[in-house]
Ligand binder design. Structure first.
Ligand code: NAG
Ligand code: NAG
Ligand code: NAG
Ligand code: NAG
Length: 543
């Protein structure tokens, strides 16, 4: 006896637009209909889906290490992914209740996963050089996922899970399919800000889940800022004791951070921490005396403080010790050093700073003082054998940057010119300017996000190759655990497809057709992704 689930999971219906809705109807789009690519998101580089359908009996279905694979049961990344994707695909159902499917269809009972590289990176952290490519073939005689490294296998398992759907009886089906896939850009990130509001660990981990559903691979963790310092340092515990919103509950301990890094690793995601200075550092001053510049008013200290004080030696001793610790806690090759939006008014008011400026021949150009500071910090981080990322101002100020520096372009005005300038100078660049997802408007703003082409600036082919990817940024002034997920998803999915798929994948209508289903899939997997427009998911979930 089989219990029939009344409706297929991935079906969707868009209500006929009433007159009231028409006011907000986007003329560009018609109601979603099935895409020739099913619900694949982001779209693989090459896909052939055939109309031949096979039935998957979940009680028998296995994901296994295929013959000749360089990985086995000790590869935790794969073992964990096999378990996760089995659950996602079969929806945690009671396996004995699955309907039998049409007897005329072929049956698929196994997915073999084969890693081919000797250095399959099972026991490593992902890096900018990781190989995420894979090949997936689903045939009558079996399904095979082949990848050089474990990271490609993780991406391919996501793709396989997206191919599985249900018929009207609730039976699980998959079409015969051939896919060859690899990312267009190596760095596909999300920025989370845990200073303006503290984000509980659970929210960060759920974001990592959603990132893996969208093949995003970098968590840019903007961990501290003016408002709070939740990073608990072993070397300088006063920083979070005094600088966190709450010194026991609103902090990230080493154990928390290790958990985030391992959870991310299992999903092929890098964790790049940002410790932004010399601006955006108010909270640092609470637990580290004399770190910030005292501001003056009418020739007297006013009691307020400005950016990090760049003229005292102890600043650099402190920064060396702190970054040495950070470099050990976060295994990624890169640390983001910030360097944006430095307000010079406090430095201008301070007589000691002005004396230092005169001695160093900086005149009244406070950019030179900022450069002086940044140069020391870059030197410190280089001496720790780490690479660095910086916001665009550090490049704009003509600081001496190591050739492997990554410059992140964030200012929306003239960002194409900035991309051209950064790459003309030979630096790798990341684009985030058009992807500040903390901003919201009414309507389908994912379309604008989707239209962005990161290499659309005037420059040579060589320059275009220096664009290594981009990031969707979710700044935290108006975002905490209550609204983070729906503000990020599915709009960040639009960024994800732009950074993964072929440049020629630009049809908004086809994207809409697939994204509506992908969004429902995310909802089914526990991600409170907001709707794209009118309609409903078969698997509505109460949050
Ligand atoms: C899968 O096969 C069915 C049955 O032939 C067909 O209707 C459907 O369009 C196919 N799916 C895709 C994405 O091609
Ligand atoms: C700071 O360091 C510089 C360079 O090492 C040195 O010349 C200077 O005397 C030091 N200043 C103080 C106040 O220690
Ligand atoms: C490239 O940028 C120009 C100038 O902003 C814009 O007019 C054009 O539509 C863009 N093209 C693409 C393919 O994004
Ligand atoms: C992207 O698609 C175009 C058009 O189909 C194709 O010519 C090109 O080779 C593809 N690019 C890659 C990197 O596969």
């Amino acid at each position: 006896m089989t219990a029939v689930r009344s409706v297929p999971v991935l079906l969707f219906v868009v209500a006929a637009a009433s007159n009231a809705y028409r006011l907000h109807k986007f003329p560009e789009l018609t109601a979603p209909e099935p895409s020739p690519y099913g619900s694949l998101w982001p779209l693989p580089q090459s896909v052939q889906v055939s109309p031949v359908v096979m039935f998957i009996p979940p009680p028998e279905f296995r994901i296994v290490h295929g013959e000749g694979s360089t990985a086995g049961p000790d590869c935790l990344v794969l073992q964990d992914a096999f378990r996760r994707y089995f659950d996602y695909m079969f929806d945690y159902i009671r396996l004995k209740d699955v309907p039998a499917g049409k007897t005329s269809s072929g049956r698929l009972v196994e997915l073999q996963v084969i890693l081919t590289s000797k250095d399959n990176e099972c026991h490593k952290y992902p890096s900018i050089l990781s190989d995420e490519s894979y090949k997936l073939s689903v045939n009558d005689d079996g399904a095979v996922l082949q990848a050089s490294q474990v990271w490609g296998a993780v991406r391919g398992l996501e793709t396989f899970s997206q191919l599985v759907y249900k018929d009207e009886t609730g039976a699980f089906l998959i079409n015969k399919t051939q896919i060859t896939d690899f990312p267009r850009f190596a760095h596909r990130g999300i920025l989370l800000d845990t200073s303006r509001h503290f984000l509980p660990l659970k929210v960060i981990l759920r974001t990592l889940d959603a990132m893996s559903f969208n093949k995003l691979n970098v968590l840019h963790w903007h961990i501290v800022d003016d408002q709070s310092f939740p990073y608990q340092s072993e070397t300088f515990p006063e920083l979070s004791d005094k600088g966190a919103y709450q010194p026991f509950t609103h902090i990230y301990t080493f154990i928390d951070i290790r958990m985030v890094i391992e959870y991310a690793r299992l999903r092929g995601i890098r964790v790049v921490p940002e410790f932004d200075t010399p601006g955006h550092a108010d909270s640092w001053g609470k637990g580290q005396k004399d770190l910030l510049t005292p501001c003056y008013k009418d020739g007297e200290p006013s009691g307020t403080f400005g950016p990090v004080n760049p003229i005292i030696n102890n600043t650099y001793t402190f920064m060396y010790k702190l970054f040495r610790e950070i470099g050990k806690v976060f295994p990624d090759q890169y640390i983001h050093l910030g360097g944006d939006e430095v307000d010079f008014s406090c430095w201008k008011s301070n007589p000691d700073i002005n004396k230092f400026m005169a001695e160093h021949g900086f005149g009244t150009d406070y950019c030179k003082l900022e450069s002086y500071y940044v140069q020391q910090i870059l030197g410190i981080v280089s001496s720790l054998k780490k690479g660095y990322m910086v916001w665009q101002e550090v490049f704009d100020n003509h600081d001496q940057l190591k050739p492997d520096t990554v410059v992140e372009v964030w200012k929306e005005k003239n960002y194409q010119e900035e991309m051209a300038a950064v790459t003309a100078a030979g630096f790798q660049t990341l684009l985030s300017a058009p992807w500040y997802l903390n901003r919201i408007t009414i309507g389908q703003d994912w379309i604008q996000i989707y239209h962005v082409e990161p290499t659309n600036f005037s420059g040579t082919e060589e320059q275009k190759h220096l664009v290594i990817g981009g990031e969707a940024c979710l700044w935290g002034e108006f975002v905490d655990a209550t609204n983070l997920t729906p503000r990020l998803w599915p709009r960040a999915s639009a960024v994800a497809e732009r950074l993964w798929s072929n440049k020629t994948v630009t049809s908004v209508q086809d994207a809409y057709n697939r994204l509506v289903v992908h969004r429902c899939r995310m909802v089914g997997r526990g991600i409170a992704a907001e709707p794209l427009y009118v309609g409903f998911c078969e698997n509505e979930v109460n949050y």
